[in-house]
Write a protein that binds this ligand. Structure first.
Ligand SMILES: Cc1ncc(COP(=O)(O)O)c(C=O)c1O
Length: 364
């Protein structure tokens, strides 16, 4: 009989996967939730009724439209995806990152990203046995172009991910800097525009002609995080190739219909995004005026990264949680982030509660 020890995860899974904890999602029950860059506003009541009407007769006995054609039409019209570009959907942009890394896994070339950045690029590279090369940002969290150029020349990456604006910093780099990375990259650059609804610039209109550039987006931050939908736009050659790795029917019928409906009525979501931008600017000013807040980093996203007095990062996070407010403690995620906290822009009343509790936490 086979020895039991040969059947265990330890025996059959790669040690670097076993060493990596599962993605942790904090329990926000009963708390003001300012940790995950969600849109804090529900849909206006009348719109919700119309949406429920649009979901009538969902035909859940049938598989979804495998190509999500209605949804693709809505996305192209709503966000101006160039006609020449191919378009592919994922179950959140996380799935698209997974597909991209899977696609290049046999190339022997690494995945690269500036750091600190969105953790899933590294997490998924490690999960899929692909080397990940992180290139430190400048201390002000802008891209270090010289370091990126050097690292690309040395490591010959297959994919460079650039979160634009970046998470957790909120930085939107100069377009010329991003273009310089695309030009110097021997592989493909994926500009991850998860926070596009709140940012002043986008590369989406540029995709379709150059195999070296793809743009990834999500509807999560716009107000549809529960639907789980991301999309990737690139040359048809890239999208056709990546489509071979997409699971059949990866976008379920309810998501296809709900997001298509939401984009048809996007004025409501766009108005909410404009409100979030106004509120972000107010929150940033108030944070900068809070005693004990040392730095507030400029943000083009729906969150703000700030640094508190040395040694007070984790304690401030814990005091806020005790006061019923959940934000994100990123202080230990990267040396450049020491004592940094990230707060998602909430409703005005939620932001006021956060500011009051933070002021209290930092005064003790
Ligand atoms: C830069 C960036 N890209 C992608 C994602 C994931 O988005 P989705 O909800 O579509 O998986 C996030 C989520 O926080 C993010 O910050």
């Amino acid at each position: 009989m086979t020895a039991r020890s040969t059947r265990t995860p330890d025996a059959l899974m790669r040690p670097e996967v076993l060493a990596q904890p599962a993605y942790q999602v904090a329990d926000a029950t009963g708390l003001i939730k300012l940790d995950a860059m969600e849109n804090p506003h529900p849909w206006p009541g009348a719109l919700e009724d119309a949406w429920l009407e649009a979901l009538r007769d969902p035909q859940l006995n049938r598989y979804p439209d495998a190509q999500a054609r209605d949804l693709a039409e809505q996305v192209r019209a709503a966000h101006g995806v160039p006609e020449a570009a191919g378009l592919m959907f994922g179950n959140g942009s996380d799935e698209l990152i997974q597909i991209l890394v899977t696609a290049i896994a046999g190339s022997g070339r690494p995945v690269m990203a500036p750091e600190p950045t969105f953790v899933m690029y590294g997490v998924l590279a490690r999960a899929l046995g692909v080397r990940f090369v992180g290139v430190p940002l400048n201390a002000d969290f802008t891209l270090d172009l010289a370091a990126m150029r050097e690292a690309m020349a040395e490591h010959n990456p297959a994919v460079v991910f650039l979160a634009y604006p970046n998470n957790p910093t909120g930085t939107l780099d100069d377009a010329a800097t991003v273009e310089a990375v695309v030009d110097a990259n021997p592989g493909v650059t994926v500009v991850d525009e998860a926070y596009a609804p709140f940012a002043a610039h986008s590369f989406l209109s540029r995709v379709g002609a150059d195999d070296g550039l793809m743009v990834m987006r999500t509807v999560s931050k716009l107000g549809l995080a529960g639907a789980r939908l991301g999309y990737l736009a690139g040359t048809p050659a890239w999208i056709d190739a990546l489509d071979r790795l997409r699971l059949p029917y990866n976008i379920n019928t309810l998501t296809q219909r709900s997001v298509a409906f939401a984009l048809e009525h996007r004025e409501a979501l766009d108005a909410q995004a404009r409100g979030v931008i106004d509120e972000r600017d107010r929150l940033g000013e108030r944070l900068a005026a809070t005693t004990g807040v040392e730095q507030v980093f400029p943000s083009q996203a729906n969150f703000i990264l700030f640094r508190v007095r040395e040694g007070h990062g984790h304690a401030s996070f814990a005091a806020l949680r005790d006061a019923g407010i959940l934000i994100k403690d990123v202080g230990r995620a990267h040396p450049l982030l020491a004592d940094c906290l990230r707060v998602t822009v909430g409703r005005p009343d939620e932001n006021d509660a956060f500011l009051a509790a933070l002021g209290q936490a930092l005064s003790t």
